[in-house]
Ligand binder design. Structure first.
Ligand SMILES: [Zn+2]
Length: 307
């Protein structure tokens, strides 16, 4: 968050803070300055949501907006995203409501190194003994609790408990457990090591490609031009959109439920025989929309820089 010259004026600061949080929420559902401010301004991050089966052995165990996915195998489970520190009991409860054991989580993965997706990791590692596997370019942030983040390193409220990474991943690496094979795709820009996960599943005799988007979003305040902390940020976003457009996708998922219309799709589970999470067109239009948003912001910043 940018330093605010009005921080001594509590009233103005409160208004700015509220505006700031709302802008962020609508932009990509990302940040909250403090847990208190965030839970007041963004209740969907902490509101419980019914855990549910998405397809095959993939289950939703997140809150109303912070997505967490449990991928089960007879050899133990993989959890993608630990969310906020306060989310851990909620995730544990969801795992148990589905009939699985929290302690059977053997591998912990994340979408990217931001507080709303990784703050619970240290506690989950402690409770389960899971091996934490993180994309190379996000490892320093994870291990210093966000202090090396290119945008938020000086924002104390954006930091989270550091956690030791057990395996450093590189673009294209596979994470295997039982018969599950997840592929880690580097989709950088939003964070330097932002990761999109893919896997193939079989359901009712058919094969499906699943894509879990890390984040294609440009946060408010991100400098896409002349960014000394992240000089190649714009090229990295370009790469991300190339990668996302190249991935075959039947089942569209992402780091926030809002990316893929989780609540609306969940509501359709009970009323339709078809699986609402199978949504190849939704994936294509989401990626196209986010690419357009990136290009608009880039042009705006380039025009401003050229003046
Ligand atoms: Zn983020």
């Amino acid at each position: 968050m940018m330093a605010c010259p009005m921080t001594t004026m509590a009233c103005c600061f409160s208004m700015l803070l509220r505006k700031f949080v709302v802008i962020l929420f609508f932009a990509c559902g990302l940040w909250a300055p403090t847990t208190t401010a965030f839970s007041q301004s963004n209740p969907d991050w902490t509101s419980p949501f019914p855990p549910h089966r998405i397809i095959s052995n993939i289950y939703y165990v997140g809150s109303k907006d912070l997505a967490a996915f449990l991928i089960t195998t007879p050899q133990g489970h993989i959890l993608i995203n630990s969310n906020l520190s306060s989310s851990v009991p909620q995730i544990k409860k969801s795992v148990e409501q589905l009939g699985f054991h929290f302690k059977d989580i053997k591998i912990l993965l994340i979408s990217h190194a931001h507080i709303d997706h990784c703050a619970g990791s240290a506690l989950i590692k402690q409770l389960t003994g899971a091996k934490y596997m993180v994309m190379d370019a996000d490892v320093s942030e994870i291990e210093d609790g966000g202090k090396s983040d290119f945008q938020y390193s000086k924002s104390a409220d954006m930091l989270y408990p550091p956690a030791k990474v057990d395996r450093i991943l590189h673009d294209g690496d596979e994470v295997r457990l039982g018969d599950v094979v997840l592929v880690a795709h580097l989709t950088p820009g939003h964070t330097k090591g932002c990761t999109t996960w893919t896997l193939k599943v079989r359901d009712n005799g058919k094969d499906y490609q699943v894509v879990i988007i890390g984040s294609p979003n440009v946060n408010p305040g991100y400098k896409l031009v002349n960014n000394a902390q992240y000089p190649q940020i714009a090229q990295d976003y370009e790469r991300t959109f190339r990668v996302l457009k190249s991935l075959p996708c039947d089942v569209f998922l992402g780091a926030h439920g809002g990316y893929y219309g989780m609540t609306e799709k969940y509501a359709q589970i009970t009323t339709k025989g078809t699986n609402p999470f199978i949504d190849p067109d939704g994936y294509k239009s989401y990626v196209a929309d986010r690419e357009q948003a990136f290009r608009t912001e880039l042009k705006k910043q380039q025009a401003k820089g050229a003046m």
